[in-house]
Design a protein around this ligand. Structure first.
Ligand code: ADP
Ligand code: MG
Length: 315
């Protein structure tokens, strides 16, 4: 019997936009196409693949368009902005991966889905929003917006005042049973884009909220609920480093979940970048996953087969 491993692959921001680029559409296609060569290598090896992706810069763009054109077109809400990025980026991944697989003579359907992720309406993040989103404003503009729209505005250390929104913990993936069926049928599903559309349950109904779910944590929920064997988080560095950015920086090739947890708790990995990736891997292993990986997008198969990157394993 051939054992088919089920792999959830989370694509980082560099799958669409690389450092120094403005995000011209041709650049985006070029980046996605390069990324999908890496994913195709994994598909070609016989792994069963589910893709997730970030959306930071793109959802930022959409929110900025909404603001800039508000005098003409009524602005929409953040959950809808997230759904828009699932369509935008999901389509780009679909097209690029389908083309790459066809080039290799592999006949597979690539299927992006609109996907909601459940959060708790009592999550403390709703009382303490921390995630910067959308355009930068001057202090005066920010004060005016705060009064007019009721947004919470904070000074972003990267330069300027911005809206902050809650980043609640993902609890469940509402479409996971359908995704499981599609995966079992051989479809390559793209799900939980941008961390998924955040929804809460209230009075027996689901409702979208003004929040952003971390894509790495949402990928873990998807991988766990699917019963995936592996979680692979691809980004723009070679893996998890100790003393990152210092002369003593060192790539960690292999960590047990306890070792990873110890380093995480000691504050070695900053929130908003490497922190959630390591936390996602810890949760995945604790929830029964076999292996979790963090590595460079352009070394995807090497990361999965442990020739590169960081692997996190049960104790
Ligand atoms: P992605 O879009 O892939 O989620 P992020 O910017 O959120 O990318 O996270 C990747 C970044 O994390 C790297 O570019 C790196 O600058 C940063 N980083 C912070 N701490 C570490 C660390 N300990 N090891 C490796 N990278 C780190
Ligand atoms: Mg990130």
């Amino acid at each position: 019997m051939i054992l088919v491993k089920v792999v959830v692959i989370a694509l980082g921001g560099n799958a669409f936009l690389r450092k120094g680029q403005r995000g011209v559409v041709d650049e985006q296609w070029d980046n996605v196409s390069k990324a999908m060569k890496q994913v195709a290598d994994i598909v070609e090896k016989g792994y069963r693949v589910i893709l997730t992706h970030g959306n930071g810069p793109q959802v930022g763009n959409i929110l900025e368009w909404m603001e800039a054109l508000a005098y003409k077109i009524p602005p929409l809400t953040m959950d809808i902005a997230n759904a828009m990025t699932q369509g935008w980026l999901g389509y780009m991944i679909q097209q690029a991966l389908h083309n790459e697989l066809m080039r290799r003579g592999i006949n597979r359907v690539v299927l992006p889905i609109i996907n909601r992720v459940l959060v708790d309406k009592y999550d403390s993040a709703f009382r303490n929003p921390t995630k910067y989103i959308g355009p930068y404003y001057t202090k005066e503009e920010a004060q005016e917006i705060a009064i007019k729209k009721g947004w919470i505005m904070r000074l972003d250390p990267r330069g300027g005042w911005r809206r902050v929104v809650p980043s609640p913990n993902p609890i469940d993936n509402l479409e996971v049973e359908a995704i499981k069926k599609l995966v079992n049928e051989g479809y390559i599903v793209i799900a939980s884009g941008g961390g998924g559309i955040p929804v809460i349950k209230e009075n027996k109904e689901f409702r979208g909220v003004e929040a952003v779910i971390d894509k790495d944590l949402a990928s873990e929920v998807l991988a766990t609920k699917l019963g995936a064997d592996y979680l692979v988080i691809l980004t723009d560095v070679d893996g998890v480093m100790l003393n990152y950015g210092k002369p003593s920086q060192k790539l960690l090739r292999k960590l047990t979940v306890s070792e990873a947890e110890k380093l995480y708790k000691a504050g070695h990995f900053p929130p908003g970048s490497m922190g959630p990736k390591v936390l996602a891997c810890i949760r995945f292993i604790k929830h029964g996953g076999e292996k979790a990986f963090i590595g460079h997008l352009y070394k995807a198969l090497d990361t999965l087969e442990e020739r590169s990157g960081t692997v996190i394993l049960p104790d």
